[in-house]
Write a protein that binds this ligand. Sequence first.
Ligand SMILES: Cc1ncc(COP(=O)(O)O)c(C=O)c1O
Length: 387
Amino acid sequence: MGITSQVKHLPSEPAIRMFLRARGLEASGREVVHLEIGEPDFATPEHISVAAKKALDAGQTHYCDSQGVLELREAIADKVSRVRDVTVDSADVVVTPGLRPILFYGALMALDKGDEGIYFDPAFAAFPSVITFAGARAVPVPLRGENGFKLDLEALEAAITPRTRLLTLNWPHNPTGAVLDDSDFEAIADLAVGHDLMVLADETYEEIYYGAKPRSVIEFPRLRDRSIVMSGFSKTYRMTGWRLGYAILPPSLVDAFTRLIANSVSCSNTFVQYAAVDALRGPQDSIAEMVEEFRARRDTLVDGLNDIPGLTCHMPEGAFYAFPNVTGLGMDDTELADRLLEEAGVATLAGSVFGEQGRGYLRLAYTTSRENVLKALDRISNFVKGL
Ligand SMILES: Cc1ncc(COP(=O)(O)O)c(C=O)c1O
């Protein structure tokens, strides 16, 4: 019995693969510092869990509107309108089980067989994978380490062809922590309008930043009109396992997008959506507290990496990943990640799993305690000394 080549070529998630390998070592008695998984290590704030329990007790255990329950769509519209100083109507908000389905649905809506979709390399692996799954050609635009992984507009323009239909964006950026500035957004808008592209803007790390607040695609009217702008609860509210995200779409796309939800998952968890109303309308201090802790870990990790001969690491401006260049060690990044796990007990991800431009880098998620960050630095430093 065979399966289609479309499904055969869907990759598995590299972070989960590494996590399972690390778990295997732990099962055999080894101790591992986990820097491979991109999820906040903090518990979901208690008031959100309390709200979920209340919703369960109130019987919110049935199917609901595929687009999302109205109370949540209103809470999302209110928050985004307030925070971004724009007007969002709850009718243009769609709720999904996490952000990943939005990437899938967006690619399926924008791309026909033979079309082209652009992603930036290095990239969260889902971007090329959903474009290819939709039958299109995934076209990488390099973000180069020597330029601090800044957007290269000439490279972007050069990648656009008459077949290009979709432009995917993800800032603050996984895995480099880079952010865009206003002129980047305006230049992207020029290209998207000029070439009539749909834009899929993944802003899952929008609240995790260490300098000026990153702008959102939704603040740029020329982009907003042609964008599926997505964010969610996984990173901001430490709710990765709850599976909840949302997209804000141009009104003309809402019905098609909702039909994709109806035909694939029916709807998002009803009681989780009610808990998410409390996440948005309740106290927000847990976000700032979490980001301050990430900042302290980032500073410790990046400084420590730069003190290790052979490694250089730029300071990430957002998200929770350090992305050091490891070419000075003279070892391939895949081999390095393997050996750090096996010989030093530190789980990281090889930069090349994020694309060609990630080759020669490692991704380290500082989603573990400061104590563990220091332990990892110590182990990496000893490993390097022993080479
Ligand atoms: C850029 C990016 N988009 C989407 C996701 C997945 O988000 P969710 O768990 O909400 O589906 C991640 C998770 O690491 C990510 O880094």
